[in-house]
Write a protein that binds this ligand. Structure first.
Ligand code: SAM
Length: 257
């Protein structure tokens, strides 16, 4: 019986791999990776390793999640060191929970090796701080899509000091803008779209919640950071954003610290 390492590949730049991830990749027997893992990171894998792309991308499913779980279990039973390599951090929108459950049920040892999630790579790419004691004291990592129960966004937890990071915003920025406005976010609240963060084709587009609707689409993978930190003029941004347009009284009460 071997061990399965659920490793975070980070957002793209191989230099953002942890030392532990690089060490394990260099000696793995088999690596099962997602589509989002960059070629530069894949190049770190031992040439002797078997490399299996189990990735899924925009409708072209290579393997269903159940099949990936079964593969992990069968390799975990036969090979000493199995790596499950996921973009960013394995525990953030990575379905790691389902894989862990399958491994636990099969009695296979596993270890999580954290990675730099796309939110952090995107903030670095944009040159902004996700928290800022003047305007942002909490970060919400979220997505509008997914969720087996189709769970809607819980706008109640968004306050004037929230930085909202939207993974998998999809190609329809108009819909995203509409949903943000519908959730009560002010039209002129800054946001930034970061595409292919930390990779050679990285792009950063500054916008705001209303203007987002007409922004040109950036190539996937991309994410959206929304909040007063998504600006290089934080000093000029005031609580006025939150005094107008709000539908949720709780949000209106929140003051800027
Ligand atoms: C299925 S989620 C996986 C997230 C990953 N586990 C993480 O921690 O970053 C995929 C989404 O992450 C975001 N993403 C991943 N890599 C990115 C990158 N290099 N630049 C921008 N967004 C990225 C995109 O929103 C993409 O649709």
């Amino acid at each position: 019986m071997g061990k399965v390492y659920l490793i975070g590949a980070g957002p793209g730049d191989p230099e953002l791999l942890t030392l532990k991830a690089a060490r394990l990749l260099a000696r793995a027997d088999v690596v099962l990776h997602d589509a989002l893992v960059s070629d530069a990171v894949l190049a770190v894998i031992s040439p002797a390793a078997e490399i299996i792309n189990v990735g899924k991308r925009a409708g072209h499913k290579l393997l269903a999640q159940d099949e990936i779980n079964a593969l992990l279990v069968s390799h975990g039973r036969r090979r000493p060191e199995v790596v499950r390599l996921k973009g960013g951090d394995p525990t953030i929108f990575g379905r790691a929970g389902e894989e862990i459950e399958a491994l636990r049920r099969a009695g296979i040892a596993y270890e999580i090796v954290p990675g730099i999630s796309a939110a952090l790579g995107a903030a670095a790419a944009a040159g902004i701080s996700l928290t800022d004691r003047r305007v942002a004291s909490q970060i919400l990592l979220t997505t509008f899509s997914r969720g087996i129960d189709g769970s809607a966004m819980d706008w109640g937890c968004v306050t004037s000091t929230t930085t909202l990071v939207l993974y998998m915003p999809g190609a329809d920025y108009a819909e995203v803008s509409e949903r943000l406005l519908g959730g009560g976010l002010p039209a002129n609240l800054p946001c930034v779209i970061v595409s292919r963060a930390t990779g050679p084709q990285q792009q950063v587009r500054w916008s705001n919640v209303a203007r987002l609707a007409s922004e040109e689409k950036l190539p996937a993978p991309a994410l959206l950071i929304v909040g007063r930190v998504a600006s290089h003029e934080i000093e000029d941004l005031s609580a006025q954003f939150w005094d107008t347009n709000r539908k949720d009284p709780d949000l209106q009460q929140t003051s800027v610290s």
